[in-house]
Design a protein around this ligand. Structure first.
Ligand code: ZN
Length: 264
């Protein structure tokens, strides 16, 4: 398990990672190498996470779409119905725990219950700065300072509106993060990064690197201590990487990922 889950959506994602993604191995032919672009370890991790995302999103979206039709069925039958329509493999559909988690995750996403007003107020008041960019948060003002409540695991992907999954973020970061759940979406979005933020229109890439920092911290890679996403976020926020690129040369995503991993 990569990190300690706080929501059903994370449990479903991590269950798929454990039963499918983690076992994926990408062949590295000896006569050609991607070393000039990405080291083997980062590429293996990317492939495993990305395969997990694909399976997770596919069965989640299908289950939400079919909620009115199959949402009332017991979990094993719910899973069988997804398999019958080719949204999940028969092997996954025969995994009872997977069926329970997908059913619960789909319901949370379908119902989309926002945080209660008192809880939202409490979350906004708990921290002074945005967990991603670090800007001081205000009640009113421009989007890049206005306080909002962010779901660390998106509500649309089964992240409940509970204290363990909520954190304060500026409106700008909250909107631009959308449903990014791991750093593995970043390399697909862009392979180019300009260090100067005024020239870097692609905030999604900075958010993806921030997700990488969050996952590495929560998985205890450097500390040996596995934690929830929120515990990790509170320990190391703001999450936007502060990479010093003195030569001004553009970097591809995986070079930045390696530099950020070394920076700790
Ligand atoms: Zn922000």
């Amino acid at each position: 398990m990569l990190w300690r889950p706080a929501t059903y959506g994370e449990q479903a994602f991590l269950h798929i990672y454990e039963s499918i993604g983690r076992h994926l191995s990408v062949q590295h032919p000896s006569d050609s190498s991607l070393d000039f672009l990405v080291n083997e370890r980062s590429f293996q991790e990317f492939a495993r996470l990305h395969a997990t995302i694909e399976v997770f999103i596919r069965c989640m979206r299908a289950a939400v779409f079919l909620q009115n039709e199959i949402g009332h069925l017991p979990a094993p039958e719910h899973g069988r119905q997804l398999a019958k329509r080719d949204y999940v493999s028969l092997r996954l559909a025969s995994d009872r725990r997977f069926c329970e988690l997908i059913k619960r995750t789909a319901r949370i996403s379908f119902e989309a219950r926002a945080a209660s007003s008192p809880l939202a107020k409490e979350i906004k008041e708990a921290t002074a700065g945005c967990y991603l960019c670090g800007i001081a948060l205000t009640k009113a003002g421009p989007p890049h300072s206005r306080s909002t409540v962010e779901h660390l695991w998106p509500l649309s992907l089964g992240g409940e509106s509970i204290e363990e999954n909520l954190i304060a973020a500026c409106q700008d970061c909250n909107t631009k993060r959308e449903n990014s759940i791991t750093w593995a979406w970043g390399p697909v979005q862009s392979t180019d990064y300009r260090h100067d933020p005024t020239k870097n229109a692609n905030v999604q890439l900075r958010i993806s690197l921030a997700m990488a920092k969050l996952m590495l911290e929560a998985s205890g890679e450097s500390t040996g201590r596995r934690s929830t996403l929120k515990e990790a976020a509170l320990r190391i926020s703001p999450l936007f990487p502060n990479l010093i690129i003195k030569d001004g040369r553009h970097r591809v995503y995986f070079e930045l990922f390696d530099e950020m991993r070394k920076a700790g």
